[in-house]
Design a protein around this ligand. Structure first.
Ligand SMILES: Cc1cc2nc3c(=O)[nH]c(=O)nc-3n(C[C@H](O)[C@H](O)[C@H](O)COP(=O)(O)OP(=O)(O)OC[C@H]3O[C@@H](n4cnc5c(N)ncnc54)[C@H](O)[C@@H]3O)c2cc1C
Ligand code: SF4
Length: 598
C-alpha cells in the first residue's frame, strides 16, 4: 500500500484545431522539464507521449514480498529477456523469428521482472538493425525515469571544455558557469542527497541529507584518501528531506526497495518525471497531455521552412493525427529524437529537419561498462548485522584519471559505482561454498562482508559512430526504424584495461581479499546513457543545435534531451539533461514572448 495517495490533476483533451504555444514530444526527464518550465512561464503546452499513462504505484508495488507474487516476481512464461550472449553473438533485430511471445531488453533479466514488463518496450514491436547494441527503452508516461538508478551527477569544465584540456573532439558551446545556476534550480526543485567534496571534476550539488556509508565503504573511503582519490555517498536524485512545494512526492523512508528490482519508488521519493514535473505542470492548467501518441514527423510550413506541428499515430488504434504548435520541442530521448529529425524529410529539409550539416545521428556517444571488482572484507565476517540496505544508493568514486596527470594509453576518464554492507536478501549466498548448517552459518557470517564496484567510462564522440534510418525495416506502426553503425574504439578498450587494474589496486590497498576482477567490456548500449546525436555547437556546419538546444536551421525547433550533448563525460547524464532543458526552455519562453520564434 503506497504511503501517498495522490489526487492527480485532470488533463484537458487535446484540441487538434488549436495552435498550441509549444508541443513537446516525450515525457521523460527532458520532456517533463520542458513542460514544467514552459507552463510555469504561462505558455500553453501540448505534450505527446507514445506510451500509456500507467497506474505506476500498482505497477511497481515496491514493497511487495516475493512470496506474495505467484511467480516470486518473475515474468510469465512466454516472455524472454535478451542475454549478453544474444547481444554479442547475434545482430539486431534481436526479436526477429523468436518463438517467445514477448522479447525484452536485458533489464528484464534482473529480479522482479514482472514489475517492469509493462514499462520497458517489447522488442517485437520496436525492432532496430545494424551493429550490436543493447538498447533499453521505456515507453510510458515518464519514460525511463520510472525505473532509473537515481545517480545524479554534475558535469564539470573537464567535460564542457574537454578539447581545451586534451585536444580531442569539440568543446561545448557552454561552460560550467553557464549551467551551474540551472543545476541549482534542478537540485532545489527535485531534491538530491549527497555530501560536499569540493572536487573540480565533480561539482557539488545543493544536497539534502546524505546516505550513511556502510563500515566497509568507510574503510575504502579512508584508504582512497591516501591515494588522493575520493569515495562519496551515492549522489541520489531522491528527496531525503522532503519537498514542501510538491504534494505528489514523499521523502525517502529508507525502505531499501530501490535495489530490489529494476528500480522505481512507489512513494516517489526517487525522482520520476510524472510526479516531479508533469503533475505539477498539469496543475498550472497550461498543460494538455496526450498519451498513446507516437510522433512520426515534425510538420513543416513549405513557405517558411519552419516547424508547424507534429504528425502522430494513435499507439492503440493506429489512426493518424496532426497537432499544431508555434514551437516544436523534441524530447523523445537521444536516439528517438534523432530518428524523428531524420524522419522529417520535406522539400525544404531533404535530409531531415535541422540536418543541413549532415550531423544528425552522428557523434553518438555513451558510457562503457564491464570492468569491476568484488572483494571480501575479512574483519566484517561474523560481526553483528547492520542496517545497510535502507538507502537509495551506496557509493560513488569520481574520476581520478587525466585530471592533473596524462595517462599514456587513453584520454578522458571513468568513475565507479559500488556498494557494501548487509542487505535483507544475502545476494552472495549463491556464490558461497558449503552445504546445510555450515553453509547457512557461512551465509549469515559473511552477509555484510562483501564489497564490489563497477566502472562507467567516457566513450569518445566520433563522427563515424552514428545511427540512420533502416531503408526497409519498420516498427509496429509502420515507421522506419533506427539502424546502428556504432562500435567502441581503441581508447575505450585501453580505458577498460586500466579500469580493471585500478579497481583491483584500490581494493588491495584497502586490505580486501579479491574474489573476482572482471575485465570484459559489456556490449555497446549497456549503460543506458545514449548521448550526442544532434550536438550543440557554434558552427552550423558541424553541429545541429546552438547553446540553447535550438536548431541552427529552424528557429522554432528545439531538441532538449541528451542528443544535444557534445561529449559523454563519465558522469551519469540525467541531471545535466534536466539542467540544460531548464536553461533552454527559459530562453525559449523569453524569445517566444518577444515574438522572435514566429
Ligand atoms: C534501469 C535504468 C537505470 C538508469 N540509471 C541512471 C542513473 O543512475 N543516473 C542517470 O543519470 N541516468 C540513469 N538512467 C538513464 C535515465 O533514465 C535517462 O538518462 C533519462 O530518462 C533520459 O531522459 P529522456 O527524457 O531523454 O528519455 P526518456 O526518459 O527515455 O523519455 C523519453 C520519452 O519519450 C517517449 N517517446 C519516444 N519516442 C516517441 C515518439 N516518437 N513520440 C512520442 N513519444 C516518444 C518515450 O515513450 C519516453 O516516455 C537509467 C536508465 C535505466 C533504464
Ligand atoms: S529507499 Fe527511498 S528512494 Fe528508494 S524506494 Fe525506498 S523510499 Fe524510495
Amino acid at each position: 500500500m503506497p504511503l501517498i495517495r495522490m489526487r492527480q490533476a485532470a488533463a484537458p483533451e487535446v484540441d487538434l484545431q488549436t495552435t498550441y504555444d509549444a508541443v513537446v514530444v516525450g515525457s521523460g526527464a527532458a520532456g517533463g522539464m520542458a513542460a514544467h518550465v514552459l507552463t510555469s512561464q504561462g505558455m500553453k503546452v501540448l505534450m505527446l507521449e507514445a506510451g500509456k499513462k500507467l497506474d505506476i504505484n500498482n505497477e511497481l508495488k515496491s514493497m511487495e514480498w516475493p512470496y506474495e507474487h505467484p511467480r516470486r516476481g518473475v515474468m510469465p512464461p512466454g516472455s524472454h529477456a535478451l542475454s549478453l550472449n544474444e547481444y554479442t553473438i547475434r545482430q539486431p533485430p534481436y526479436a526477429a523469428g523468436s518463438s517467445f511471445r514477448h522479447v525484452y531488453s536485458y533489464v528484464q533479466g534482473w529480479s522482479g521482472s514482472d514489475y517492469s514488463k509493462n514499462i520497458v518496450v517489447d522488442e517485437k514491436d520496436h525492432p532496430y538493425s545494424g551493429t550490436s547494441y543493447a538498447w533499453v527503452r521505456a515507453r510510458l508516461l515518464g519514460g525511463k525515469t520510472n525505473i532509473w538508478g537515481r545517480l545524479a551527477l554534475r558535469l564539470s569544465d573537464y567535460d564542457f571544455k574537454g578539447k581545451s584540456h586534451d585536444g580531442y573532439g569539440e568543446d561545448w558551446p557552454i561552460a560550467y558557469a553557464d549551467i551551474a545556476p540551472y543545476y541549482d534550480k534542478v537540485d532545489l526543485y527535485l531534491g538530491i542527497s549527497g555530501v560536499k567534496e569540493n572536487l573540480p571534476q565533480l561539482p557539488d550539488s545543493l544536497f539534502q541529507r546524505p546516505n550513511t556509508l556502510a563500515a566497509a565503504e568507510v574503510t575504502l573511503r579512508n584508504s582512497l584518501k591516501k591515494m588522493d582519490r575520493v569515495l562519496t555517498p551515492y549522489r541520489a536524485g531522491v528527496t531525503t528531506d522532503g519537498l514542501k512545494h510538491n504534494k505528489y512526492r514523499s521523502k525517502c523512508f529508507g525502505r531499501g526497495a530501490c535495489s530490489r528490482r529494476a528500480g522505481g519508488c512507489d512513494i516517489h521519493a526517487a525522482f520520476d518525471s510524472p510526479t516531479g514535473l508533469i503533475y505539477p505542470a498539469l496543475d498550472t492548467g497550461h498543460l494538455t497531455l496526450r498519451t498513446n501518441a507516437t510522433a512520426r514527423e515534425v510538420l513543416v510550413d513549405p513557405k517558411t521552412g519552419k516547424a508547424r506541428g507534429v504528425a502522430f499515430v494513435d499507439t492503440e488504434t493506429g489512426r493518424s493525427y496532426e497537432a499544431r504548435a508555434a514551437v516544436v520541442i523534441l524530447a523523445a530521448s537521444t536516439l528517438e529524437s534523432a530518428r524523428l529529425l531524420l524522419l522529417s524529410k520535406s522539400t525544404t529539409h531533404p535530409n531531415g529537419i535541422g540536418n543541413s550539416s549532415g550531423h544528425v545521428g552522428h557523434n553518438f556517444c555513451e558510457h562503457v561498462m564491464g570492468p569491476g571488482v568484488t572483494g571480501l572484507v575479512k574483519d566484517r565476517i561474523g560481526t553483528p548485522r547492520t542496517l545497510d540496505d535502507g538507502r537509495p544508493g551506496n557509493f560513488y568514486v569520481p574520476r581520478f584519471r587525466n585530471l592533473k596527470d596524462r595517462n599514456p594509453n587513453f584520454i578522458r576518464g571513468y568513475g565507479f559505482e559500488g556498494g557494501a554492507g548487509t542487505t535483507m536478501f544475502p545476494e552472495h549466498a549463491s556464490g558461497t561454498p558449503g552445504f546445510g548448517a555450515t553453509f547457512k552459518k557461512s551465509v549469515r557470517d559473511r552477509a555484510g562482508a562483501y564489497i564490489s564496484m563497477g566502472g562507467f567510462g567516457e566513450v569518445l564522440a566520433r563522427y563515424e559512430n552514428y545511427i540512420d534510418l533502416d531503408p526497409t525495416l519498420k516498427d509496429r506502426w509502420g515507421i522506419p526504424t533506427t539502424r546502428f553503425h556504432y562500435k567502441f574504439g581503441d581508447n575505450e578498450k585501453k580505458m577498460c584495461e586500466d579500469m580493471a587494474n585500478a579497481a583491483q589496486e584500490m581494493f588491495e590497498a584497502a586490505g580486501f581479499e579479491i574474489l573476482d576482477v572482471t575485465r570484459n567490456m559489456l556490449t555497446e548500449g549497456w549503460s543506458i546513457h545514449e548521448l550526442g546525436t544532434a550536438r550543440m555547437g557554434t558552427d552550423p556546419k558541424t553541429s545541429v543545435l546552438n547553446q540553447f538546444q535550438q536548431s541552427h536551421d529552424v528557429k522554432n525547433l528545439f531538441v532538449v534531451d541528451g542528443s544535444s550533448h557534445v561529449s559523454a563525460s563519465c558522469q551519469n547524464p540525467t541531471w545535466t539533461i534536466m539542467a540544460l532543458a531548464w536553461r533552454s526552455c527559459e530562453y525559449l519562453a523569453t524569445e517566444f514572448k518577444k515574438g522572435n520564434l514566429s
